[in-house]
Design a protein around this ligand. Sequence first.
Ligand code: NAD
Length: 505
Amino acid sequence: MKENKVLFTIFGATGDLAQRKLYPSLFRLYRTGSLVESFAVIGTARRPWSDETYREIVQETIAYLNPTEEEAQAFSSHFYYQAHDVNDTEHYDKLKDLADTLDAKYTLDGNRLYYLAMSPAFFGTIVSHLESQKMLTSDGYHRVIIEKPFGTDYETAAKLNEEITSVFAENEIYRIDHYLGKEMIQNISAIRFANNIFESMWNNRYIDNVQISIAENLGVEDRGGYYDKSGALKDMVQNHILQVLSLLVMEPPVAFSEQEIRAEKIKALEAVRVYTPEEVKENFIRGQYTAGRLADNQYLGYLEEPGVAEDSKTETFVAGKFTIDNFRWSGVPFYVRTGKRLTEKGTRINVVFKQVPVNLFKAEVGAECEQPALEPNVLTIYIQPTEGFSLSLNGKEVGPSFNMLPTQLAYRNSAEAIENTPEAYEKLLLDALKGDGTNFTHWKEVAQSWRIVDVIRQTWDQSEEGCETYPAGTMGPEAAFELLEKDGFKWIWHPDEWYRERNLL
Ligand code: NAD
């Protein structure tokens, strides 16, 4: 394996993301040999930590990966801490000195990767200082990894992008959407482009509708204050859902390369109809959870959660129908839904195929009961927590009569394979080290996603009507089900039914 020579500078080094995701991911890269001796990490944040304190913290964050004492020491010895206020110009000079020293000490060839793991409000300030304080030398490469959210609407995103692109070129900017690092999201391309039975049917002649569900069973936990300003539309639809949608909608790229894949994803997003306010009202609904019970658990309503305004109108659930205006997808609705405090945690995609033109297996005239309609064939891609895919088919029930029996061909990644799969952040960090931006979002994708979402947000903000409500533990408000019923469809995934049948919901 090739050793990656690099100096990481992590802004926000004392924060939650750095501790929970970045240090363990760096350690995994160290363990697997992607980082060996020629790497160093400068952690910076406001707290006045010493290198020793920082290294102890880093060791604590990787303890669950059971490193040997020696391994933990050796790994953390590459970490250096520099207290820093991002608004203070002089602090960048200190950072530069430390960076130059470490570059020489570890022979890093001037390769620099900046990770902005802090509030987006600071991104512009940081990158402009990196330039003005001459931290971007001509040796090696300079890349910047940026956390979500990238802006809060098109306008703020465009402004942020201008600030960043005045310092870094587009191919040096790695905008994180950690969904793109997930194993099964990457598998969407394999399922589509390596299986002729799917790709040849991947269009409006054979597909009735597509459903994307990202369900969380947790509430807002201790992030009420943050979430109340964001809501499900900005938190999930603008980024993760539209990214998944673009992978399902895009044309086959001419090569499996960053440039070609991104070009197709951009085209896919450009084919998503930007609704008028009237179309928004028809095609999108929002909900907020109220108190509820699921099995032995009692849950608070959203308005009772800590940090949430008691008259908040923020949505904790969104369901909607996207329309794709191109030859391949015209007439095929893409239904999406996401929410908090739903019945089960799960991200899955259901591709619902059209029925055979004639159902030969109707009940005989005068039969006691009418045979139910044929179930559609459904390809399900399980993203998380289960990973795998299944295809539902109709077969004949064993016996003298000709009853149809829906059956499933199902494949799940084994627990062992899942355990050994690199974490999303680990994969994305490695991609950034290699200079591969395939699994990061291009500015044009971000921009188009905001254009699609902004009109939904504005329509809701101007509407007199508030959110629909749904009891915690259910799969969302009634209106989310009516959205499909009015088109003659239904949600394929309905984990709430199991609980309802047992009177647990
Ligand atoms: P956090 O509040 O835990 O950490 C913020 C960090 O910024 C701290 O290290 C703090 O010291 C530093 N900081 C704040 N003001 C500073 C200043 N003036 N000068 C220098 N340092 C300063 O935040 P977080 O949860 O780690 O999130 C960081 C970023 O990652 C945010 O953009 C967030 O939206 C994004 N993100 C976080 C998660 C997550 O799981 N935590 C997930 C997705 C995206």
